[in-house]
Design a protein around this ligand. Sequence first.
Ligand code: SF4
Length: 215
Amino acid sequence: MKSLKARLEELFEQLFAHYGAQNWWPAETPFEVMLGAVLTQNTAWANVEKAILNLKKLSELNPQALLAMPRELLAEAIRPSGYFNLKAERVQNLCALLADNRELHKLADLELRGQLLGVTGIGPETADDILLYAFQRPVFVIDAYTRRLLGRIGWIDADIAYEDLRQTIEQALAGDTEYYNEFHALIVIHAKRVCCKQPRCSDCHLSTLCSYPGN
Ligand code: SF4
């Protein structure tokens, strides 16, 4: 049996060979990455794009501007992303952290993660999206696509806790920011296109790796 590191590296190589570089995250600035990470909770990315476009028509995209914006106006602008009242509150909570702590980028990884997790409405996945794609920290993001793909392949238990899975993968790979950036993006594209809710196993180039029944 190959080590988890060897299996994950093989998965990365096969995904990269098939899809190529993904150049994530789709955003113009680190702050836009953070905004997208909050807005993408429980919705499709296309809805986030509409919400961010609405915001750009109203305001500059920076923490101070969004913090000063009336909550109702912000909520209305981000309506396409769903749960817009809740997300407006979360966006402003995050903006308050950023506006009050202009030297966040100087914090060590764990300390920065702790600050992000201290914001009401920012959970581990959102915090890790922000750490990896906005602050360029070496974090392996776990999301529903990651769980679905690795679970179907047969490498993880469906109910493994977020932190346990993240630490297991990070300890196995010991990767850098660029590697984790690309790996997560490749998992997402494969889970969206092929390993969907109803997996399209007959079209999947990972079938030799995968133990999903009937693939
Ligand atoms: S073979 Fe099927 S279950 Fe396995 S990764 Fe591919 S699409 Fe998903």
